[in-house]
Design a protein around this ligand. Structure first.
Ligand code: FMN
Length: 180
C-alpha cells in the first residue's frame, strides 16, 4: 500500500473478528513502529500484547474508569496492546534535569508517534486498531505487572476488522494551516 493511501484509509476499528493476529505479524508491526522517530533516539516506547482472555476481561471490567463503550470494545477484541514508556529518559539531560519547558511531556509525544506508526503498519498488513485513551493507568499497570520505571501511555485494541468505517469529518486545510 502506498504511504498516503495507508494514512488516508486507516480508520479506528471497534469491531473485530475473533481470530487473533499472529505473533509473526505483530512482530512485523512492532519492527515498523521501531522506525518511528524519538527524542535523541531514546526509543522509550514498549508494547505489551494482552491476549489471555482473563487478563483482557480484567482490564475491560476494572481498568476503563467505568466507560462502558471501551469495556465492550476491549471484550470484543482478540488482543489489546498496552503501550508503555520508560521513564526519565525522553526530554531529560544526562544530569536528570529537563532539557525544555515541555519537561517530560516529550515522553507522550514519542509514544504517540510510535503508536500511530504501529497503527499505520497494522493497517498496511490488514490489521485493525483503535487507540484508547479512557482508562486508569495505575490499574492497567497493576493488572499487567508493569515493570518499575515504566508508565502506561495508551491502549490499542487490535484484531482483524469486522466493520467498514467512514472517516469522521475532518477540518479543512484552511482551518489547519497558517503560512507566515
Ligand atoms: C489519544 C486518543 C484517544 C482515543 N480514545 C478513544 C477511546 O477511548 N475510545 C474510542 O472508541 N476511541 C478512541 N480514540 C479514537 C478516536 O475517536 C478516533 O481516532 C477519531 O474519532 C478519528 O477517527 P479515525 O481514527 O477513524 O480517523 C482515541 C484516539 C486517540 C488519538
Amino acid at each position: 500500500m502506498e504511504t498516503l493511501e495507508c494514512i488516508n484509509t486507516r480508520r479506528s476499528i471497534r469491531k473485530f473478528k475473533s481470530e487473533a493476529v499472529s505473533h509473526e505479524t505483530i512482530d512485523s508491526i512492532i519492527t515498523a513502529a521501531s522506525m518511528a522517530p524519538s527524542w535523541k533516539n531514546t526509543q522509550i516506547t514498549r508494547y505489551h500484547i494482552i491476549e489471555a482472555p482473563d487478563l483482557l476481561n480484567e482490564i475491560a471490567d476494572h481498568c476503563v474508569l467505568g466507560f462502558e463503550h471501551n469495556r465492550e470494545l476491549i471484550k470484543g477484541a482478540p488482543q489489546l496492546v498496552v503501550v508503555s514508556m520508560i521513564e526519565k529518559r525522553c526530554g531529560y539531560e544526562k544530569d536528570g534535569s529537563f532539557t525544555t519547558s515541555k519537561e517530560d511531556r516529550w515522553e507522550m509525544f514519542d509514544a504517540g508517534i510510535a503508536s500511530q506508526t504501529f497503527c499505520l503498519a497494522a493497517h498496511d498488513l490488514g490489521v485493525g486498531t483503535v487507540i484508547l485513551g479512557i482508562f486508569d493507568e495505575d490499574q492497567v499497570a497493576k493488572a499487567i505487572a508493569l515493570p518499575e520505571g515504566q508508565k502506561v501511555a495508551a491502549l490499542i485494541a487490535m484484531g482483524y476488522p469486522d466493520q467498514e468505517c467512514q472517516a469522521p469529518k475532518r477540518k479543512t486545510v484552511e482551518e489547519l494551516v497558517q503560512y507566515l
